[in-house]
Design a protein around this ligand. Structure first.
Ligand SMILES: *Cc1c(COP(=O)(O)O)cnc(C)c1O
Length: 231
């Protein structure tokens, strides 16, 4: 019998071991608990165990959950990590703290226009198709610099970094290659003066590889909440 609290402890130990092996302080990595397909109760359980940042993929599901957890709103940080269509930007701009899946300038422009004036700037990452898969969403690496400069100039959003969902790979050496490529892209942008501090990469299966290559935010679902029927 596993529990969310026990699973969270295991994920924290994995993060701590990976940070130690990489010579990184453990607080240089933020754990995002990916609660997609799980109910508000599961989020409450993780919250009770100290978890504060949660990632969601589906806009409507997330809005329902955020409403059901309104009593915790000021203590929870909500991150959208799934695809975002331009006709859904308004509720996202109103309800979330972060969006990791920005893959077009137009989406960022709408989020900036629609972010309520009484909320802090919405924190953004650009999603990069780092493995070059035809089916995956995200900007091609060579499109990123121009989009990053344009997004960084928008008033009501703050560009924080890059996000990727690399193709699954069996061994750690193969897992590390796309993470290393994303980190190199972030370094290039910083050299060009777009100041970014966030590398959102690493999931249940590859968080060690991601941390070795510099991940600052790992997005972990299955290892915390268990298997999913979908998503
Ligand atoms: C579902 C999902 C995750 C979490 O994946 P797990 O393998 O369950 O840890 C992370 N990032 C994104 C974008 C996802 O859609």
């Amino acid at each position: 019998m596993t529990t969310v609290i026990g699973n969270l402890q295991q994920v924290h130990s994995r993060i701590a071991r990976a940070c130690a092996a990489a010579g990184r302080p453990v607080d240089s990595v933020t754990l995002l608990a990916v609660s997609k397909t799980f109910g508000a109760d599961a989020v409450r359980e993780a919250f009770a165990a100290g978890q504060r940042a949660f990632g969601e993929n589906y806009v409507q599901e997330a809005l329902d959950k955020i409403a059901a957890l309104a009593d915790l709103r000021r203590q929870i940080e909500w991150h959208l990590i799934g695809p975002l269509q331009s006709n859904k930007t308004r509720p996202v701009a109103e309800a979330f703290d972060w969006v990791h899946s920005v893959d077009r300038l137009k989406i960022a422009q709408r989020l900036s226009e629609q972010r309520p004036a009484d909320r802090p700037a919405l924190q953004l990452c650009l999603q990069v198709n780092i493995s070059g898969e035809a089916s995956k969403s995200g900007l091609a690496p060579d499109e990123v610099p121009a989009v990053a400069r344009a997004v960084a100039a928008l008033p009501r959003v703050r560009l924080r970094g890059l996000m990727a969902i690399p193709e699954p790979a069996g061994d750690e050496a193969a897992q590390r290659a796309p993470h290393r490529a994303l980190r190199a892209l972030l370094a290039t942008l910083n050299d060009q003066g777009v100041m970014l501090d966030t590398l959102s990469m690493g999931m249940s299966a590859d968080l060690e590889a991601a941390i070795t290559e510099g991940a600052t935010m790992v997005r972990v679902g299955t290892a915390i909440f268990g298997g999913r029927a979908r998503g």
